[in-house]
Design a protein around this ligand. Sequence first.
Ligand code: ZN
Length: 260
Amino acid sequence: MDFQNRVGSKIGSGGVASWSESNVDRRERLRKLAMETMDIANDPYIMKNHLGSYECKLCLTLHTNEGSYLAHTQGKKHQTNLARRAARDAKDSSNVQPSLSGTNKAPLTPKKHVIKIGRPGYKVTKVRDPITRQLGLLFQIQYPEIALGVVPRHRFMSAYEQKVEQPNKSHQYLLFAAEPYETVSFKVQSKEVDKGEGKFWTHWDSDSKQFSLQFFFRNERGPILFEGLAPGVQQERAPIANPLNPYSGQTMRKPTYISQ
Ligand SMILES: [Zn+2]
């Protein structure tokens, strides 16, 4: 009998009868608790034998009735054996599948099942901003069979975020997705992308079913000023806010295409 863990019991304070009474009370309390919290039908360790009594297959103990078994399941012996069994099961399964480290535990986001129809056609063009000399890329992705109402999406992904290739910090990935097409990804330099006004744009042409995205890498040395301009003098930027967007309608400077 473990007096130390008993609530409201002091050694020597109880009467003579307290031991057996409290023991019965305790078992009854545990039985009730187990009845409330356990589903005996789904307990893998209880077994009714041919004598009508119950056995714990885990501890190899005999019990006269379900209540007795349930009280046993709350006891130290059964709990210890459960913990041992769980530890052994974990070890066994880690031998079978070596990576329990979380990398394989991809989040199980419920995904609606879409039958993919393959990869879209695409064209990638290197471009250079004629003013700042920044290098950039123009992506044109063709989605002739795109699902009704779907607008293509894009996303930059770091080398460490993707799980398809060995991560290489000199690369990042640009992904395009539009159902029912497969998501495609382009590997680009991991230089910082200029998100300044007019430097980054996307356009979905729902008539020609072409998704365009153009971006420039940020110039490491900062914007290059025109020859002849004194340092600190701001070049007038208004008419060239978006010089490379062929969809912006106005007559604007054409991008300088660089052959790949
Ligand atoms: Zn047991």
